[in-house]
Design a protein around this ligand. Structure first.
Ligand SMILES: [Zn+2]
Length: 312
């Protein structure tokens, strides 16, 4: 009998601790963050994103079933910068005490670098939260995610580090190609007018300029005064295209395009992925790839610039 227990002890000691511990349960919010956590974890943790793709992440209210998911979480990773306030408030109430809430945006940028604008006015106190369309900031998100996962599962730290480095290398290539594509657009056209204001950190990274975003701070349709202002601006700047969002179809933007004779491209995305689950395009990288092709082509560049990108 003693021999048996001794034997069992040796077998258990020989087992990697990863096989003995229950997988870490990580709860995330928007799809780009969920994807980044999955890339770093490489299947070693359970990841649940609570904001469904195609929903307005800025006004998303969690349901009782989301509360259940948060109760069971071992780690909560959000964007922060006021993007998911109702989820964070609920998480603070229901999560276990020791469970950390990691805010990627807050961990990535100092408050002096936050951007405020028409859709995210300083008076309201909510900065523009869309850091991730800037791929260099997304790389920093990945580093924060790696650290957060490793803190919870030090036994897997080297795996997380390896996965994060591999993924960051891909993001580095993507970042370079986006720069090349934007440089391929005639200089006078390197201007963005968007409906949803999600390119505020993208534009300065890639030598583009956001000259307007139409969606007001309450996510309603813009007022007639705002529309008139936008029409004047488009005529003055002579932009060849204005961009709508997949998640926020806007009849107002279509009307503005008609009025000004500019093209209306209703295809930009900031937190919903193209393609279907399982396809390589259905990812943060796939989304940025498509956004880059869309912007480049609509503003008079050659979208073939992205073809050098290799997903593998
Ligand atoms: Zn958004």
């Amino acid at each position: 009998m003693i021999k048996f227990f001794l034997g069992l002890g040796l077998i258990l000691a020989a087992f990697p601790t990863t096989l003995l511990a229950a997988p870490l349960k990580v709860v995330t919010t928007v799809a780009p963050i969920t994807d980044m956590v999955m890339q770093v974890s490489g299947g070693n943790v359970e990841v649940v994103g609570v904001i469904p793709q195609g929903r307005n992440s800025h006004t998303f209210e969690p349901s009782p079933s989301d509360a259940k998911i948060l109760v069971a979480a071992d780690l909560i990773i959000v964007n922060g910068l006021h993007l998911e306030t109702p989820i964070i408030n609920l998480a603070e109430k229901v999560k276990r005490k020791a469970v950390p809430i990691v805010k990627l945006g807050n961990a990535t940028l100092r408050s002096s670098d936050w951007k405020y604008d028409f859709s995210f006015p300083k008076e309201k106190g909510n900065p523009n939260p869309h850091l991730w369309p800037n791929v260099s900031l997304a790389q920093r998100y990945v580093s924060v995610i790696e650290k957060a996962l490793s803190k919870q599962r030090p036994d897997l730290a080297s795996t997380f580090e390896k996965n994060a480095n591999k993924y960051k290398k891909k993001l580095h290539k993507l970042d370079n190609l986006i720069s090349k594509c934007m440089a391929n657009i005639p200089p006078k056209n390197r201007k963005l007018i968007t409906y949803h204001d999600s390119f505020a950190y993208f534009a300065p990274r890639y030598a583009m300029k956001v000259i307007g975003a139409v969606q007001p701070a309450d996510f309603a349709e813009p007022s007639p005064k705002d529309v008139a202002r936008m029409i004047l601006q488009i005529r003055k700047e002579q932009v060849p295209a204005i961009f709508g969002s997949e998640v926020f179809p806007s009849t107002v933007l279509a009307q503005i395009a008609k009025e000004t004779g500019t093209k209306y491209i209703n295809k930009l995305r900031d937190d919903s992925f193209p393609g279907k689950p399982g396809e390589k395009e259905h990812s943060y990288i796939g989304m940025m790839y498509l956004n880059t092709e869309t912007i480049t082509e609509a503003l008079g560049g050659d979208k073939k610039c992205m073809r050098k990108f290799n997903y593998d």
